[in-house]
Design a protein around this ligand. Structure first.
Ligand SMILES: *Cc1c(COP(=O)(O)O)cnc(C)c1O
Length: 351
């Protein structure tokens, strides 16, 4: 508390990011980063951007990047919005699109930035419970709502919804914006971007942080019809006109064009996910069916918090949420096969 704060500051509940510890020989499976280096073409493009031109402001419209994203998703560049990580894109969506008289709806077990943004922007929200199998049932969202946001696949469960169910949700709410946060879509889901031409209330948000291995570059984007995108642009240009620097625009443009790298990398991670799931199940874990680059798992005989602490003693970091219903789960990022093997070896010692 400080007398210098604006009144809202003492009411905020800031998001707590996964830690980035500096430990030797660490197996870091806590923040869903990609275990592989980004495409070499991305590094080259960023090197190319490291020039005297850095004295100049970047393109405030990030047109090359937006055109590259538009080409990949078969939409127009003016239907693409880019920001400094999808967290910033989501923040602008909360400010521009999600505050109405009726409450915003999102799942009770979901991305913990949503309640933080709702608090920051003074948005009334209702958390809609997942069902007993930790799934989103889209019919539970048939209730008075000002707007809806949910991740697909959901985090931290990893469970994905088929495109037909996303479409049913969007069609059910023609008068409300529906934001689908597709941070993990490339690991086995089907993007709702294909529905954008059909639904003017749909905004699809994605990130370069997970599947494209660029968490450090901070680039995210949204795809939607003009009225939604224009809302985001109005907020962005009232806040920061240059959210993406020259290096980020150059690197992300190269990344979106390197489809072969994306496919090969996601294929490796999906194969490692199947292997790790089987290893954990063989040791008695219940593993929720994941379409993401992480799994959410619990052991019937070992409390989640204790397992996480014992893994940490062995320099293996996973994410644990001390929250009702999910306190016994660990969220484990899919690492390389060698990293997953170290996790399994540590579990064998602990169990
Ligand atoms: C990781 C993540 C994001 C944010 O990613 P950025 O690094 O800010 O692009 C958004 N939504 C969900 C559900 C995530 O897990």
């Amino acid at each position: 508390m400080s007398k210098y704060w604006s009144p809202i500051v003492s009411t905020l509940k800031p998001y707590v990011p996964g830690e980035q510890p500096r430990m030797a020989n660490l197996v870091k499976l806590n923040t869903n980063e990609n275990p592989y280096a980004p495409s070499e073409k991305v590094i080259e493009a960023i090197r190319g951007a490291a020039s005297a031109d850095l004295r100049l402001y970047p393109d405030p419209l990030a047109l090359d990047l937006r055109q590259a994203i538009a080409a990949r998703y078969s939409v127009a560049a003016e239907q693409v919005f880019v920001g400094n990580g999808s967290d910033e894109v989501l923040a602008h969506a909360f400010a521009a699109l999600l505050k109405h008289d009726e409450p915003l709806l999102y799942p009770d077990i979901s991305y913990s930035f949503y309640p933080t943004y709702a608090g920051l922007f003074g948005i009334d929200a209702i958390e809609v419970p997942l069902d007993a199998a930790f799934r989103i049932d889209v019919t539970d969202y048939r209730r008075p709502a000002g707007a809806i946001i949910l991740p697909n696949p959901n985090a931290p469960t990893g469970i994905g919804l088929p495109l037909a169910e996303i479409e049913a949700l969007v069609a059910d709410h023609p008068d409300q914006p529906v934001v689908i946060d597709e941070a993990y879509i490339d690991f086995g889901g089907e993007s709702a971007a294909a529905l954008v031409p059909k639904y003017d209330n749909l905004l699809v948000v994605q990130t370069f942080s997970k599947s494209r291995a660029l968490a450090g570059l901070r680039v995210g984007f949204a795809i939607g019809q003009r009225p939604l995108i224009e809302g985001l642009e109005r907020v962005k240009d009232s806040f920061n006109s240059y959210p993406l620097g020259r290096a980020a625009q150059a690197g992300a443009t190269a990344a979106i064009k390197d489809e072969a790298w994306l496919e090969a990398t996601c294929r490796k991670i999906v194969a490692s996910r199947a292997k790790l799931t089987a290893e954990l199940e063989a040791r008695g874990f219940e593993v929720l069916p994941s379409q993401a680059n992480f799994i959410f798992a619990r052991h019937p005989k070992h409390a989640g918090g204790i397992l996480a602490a014992k893994l940490r003693e062995r320099a293996v970091i996973v994410r644990h949420f001390a929250k009702p219903r999910i306190a016994d789960f660990l969220r484990i990022t899919i690492g390389t096969d060698a990293e997953c093997a170290r996790l399994v070896a540590a579990l064998d010692e602990i169990l």
